[in-house]
Design a protein. Structure first.
Length: 360
C-alpha cells in the first residue's frame, strides 16, 4: 500500500473517532477553518474597513494606516486560515509542523511590512508643523518617503532573517563596520546631502530665483540633495555642490523689493558750471518724474574730478526685482540721460591724453 494512516484519532466531547473517520473529521475541520477565514476576510473587505475609514480619528495617521493595512490584513486572514487548516491535519513527516510555523511567522512578518511600506505618507507628518513652503517641497517629501521605505525594508529583511534563523547580531555588526567604512569614504557626499536638506528647510532661495554665489550669478533651475544648478545669463549651466553653497555668501535678488541703478557719468572739462548745474537739475527731475524709480532714493551729485572727466554720481532704485525688467528699465533711463545731455549741450568724456611739444 502506497499511503497509510496510523495512530490517528479525533475527539469531540464524548465522541472519539479513529482511523479514516478521524481523518475525514479533521479534513472537515480544516475546510470549516478555511470557510471561516474566507467569511472574515469578506466581512473586513465589505464592512469592517469601510466602517473604520468612515469614522473621524483624532490621530492624523490613523486613516493612512487603515488604507495601507486594508489589503495586508485581508491576506493575513487567508494565511491564518491556511495555517490553522494545515495544522489540524495529521502529518506523519517529522518537522512539518515546525516548518509550517516558521513559514506562517515569516509570511505574517512580510505582510506587516507590506502595510507599513504602503503607509509611507506617515513620513509626511514629520513636516506637519513646518511652513506651507516646506510641506509642499517635493524634493524633501521624496527624501522622507524614500528614507521611510528603506527603513521598513531593512526592518522587514532583518525580521524575516530572524524568523528563518540567520544570526542577525553578527550581520548587524558586520553591516555597521561596512557602513562606517563607507561613511568615511563618502564624507563629502554626506556633507552635500545634509547641506541640501538645510537648503530645502531654510530656503535661502528657491527654483526660479536669481542668485549670486561667489563669482556665479544666474537663475536657479534645480535643487537636489547633492548640488544646485544655476543658469547664467549666457545660458551656461553651473553645478555647485550644496556644501560649497552653505559655506558661501548667497545673494538672492528675488528677495529684493527694488534693484539699484547706480553709475558715474563723466562729462568733459569744457563743460561750464551753469551747464553742469542745469544738467544735474534736468537729470534729477527726470528721475523723480519717472514711474520706474523710487522717488525718495534718487541722487544726482557731482562727486569728484577724474583724470579726464568731471564725474557725476547718478543713483536710484528701480521698482522691480525681475532681472529682465530691470535691464529694460535701465535701458530706458540711459536713453533718457543721452537725450538730456544732447539737449543741454554737454558731451560725454572719454579717456584722453594731452601731449605738449616744447620748441627750442
Amino acid at each position: 500500500m502506497i499511503f497509510s494512516i496510523r495512530d490517528l484519532s479525533f475527539e469531540l466531547g464524548s465522541v472519539l473517532l479513529e482511523g479514516w473517520p478521524a481523518f475525514a473529521a479533521r479534513a472537515v475541520c480544516a475546510l470549516l477553518i478555511l470557510l471561516a477565514a474566507w467569511l472574515v476576510r469578506r466581512w473586513l473587505t465589505h464592512k469592517g474597513f469601510p466602517a473604520l475609514e468612515a469614522r473621524s480619528w483624532h490621530f492624523t495617521g490613523t486613516p493612512i494606516l487603515l488604507r495601507s493595512f486594508a489589503v495586508p490584513v485581508q491576506r493575513m486572514c487567508t494565511v491564518v486560515g491556511i495555517y490553522l487548516a494545515a495544522s489540524s491535519l495529521p502529518w506523519a513527516i517529522p518537522g512539518v509542523r515546525k516548518l509550517f510555523l516558521m513559514a506562517f511567522q515569516l509570511v505574517m512578518t512580510l505582510l506587516v511590512c507590506e502595510g507599513l511600506y504602503a503607509a509611507s505618507e506617515l513620513a509626511d507628518l514629520v513636516l506637519a508643523s513646518c511652513s506651507p513652503e516646506i510641506r509642499s517641497n517635493k524634493t524633501l517629501l521624496s527624501l522622507l518617503n524614500t528614507t521611510y521605505k528603506v527603513l521598513v525594508i531593512a526592518v522587514g529583511v532583518a525580521a524575516g532573517a530572524q524568523e528563518v534563523g540567520f544570526p542577525i547580531g553578527s550581520i548587524v555588526a558586520g553591516a555597521g563596520l561596512i557602513g562606517l567604512t563607507i561613511s568615511l569614504a563618502a564624507q563629502e557626499s554626506a556633507s552635500n546631502l545634509f547641506s541640501g536638506i538645510v537648503i530645502l528647510l531654510d530656503k535661502p532661495f528657491s527654483v526660479g530665483d536669481w542668485i549670486t554665489v561667489g563669482d556665479v550669478e544666474g537663475e536657479v533651475i534645480d535643487i537636489n540633495f547633492r548640488s544646485t544648478r544655476i543658469r547664467s545669463p549666457d545660458k551656461t549651466v553651473n553645478v555647485i555642490t550644496n556644501s560649497k553653497i552653505c559655506s558661501a555668501t548667497v545673494q538672492n535678488a528675488a528677495l529684493r523689493t527694488m534693484r539699484p541703478y547706480k553709475f558715474t557719468l563723466g562729462v568733459t572739462y569744457s563743460t561750464t558750471r551753469p551747464q553742469l548745474e542745469k544738467l544735474m537739475q534736468d537729470l534729477q527731475a527726470m528721475l523723480d518724474a519717472s514711474p520706474l524709480t523710487n522717488r525718495g532714493t534718487n541722487i544726482v551729485q557731482l562727486v569728484n574730478f577724474g583724470d579726464s572727466s568731471i564725474n557725476i554720481l547718478i543713483s536710484a532704485y528701480l521698482l522691480t526685482n525681475v532681472y529682465a525688467e530691470f535691464l529694460q528699465m535701465q535701458n530706458d533711463l540711459n536713453l533718457n540721460i543721452m537725450d538730456i545731455m544732447q539737449a543741454d549741450g554737454v558731451d560725454f568724456a572719454f579717456p584722453s591724453t594731452s601731449v605738449y611739444i616744447e620748441k627750442n
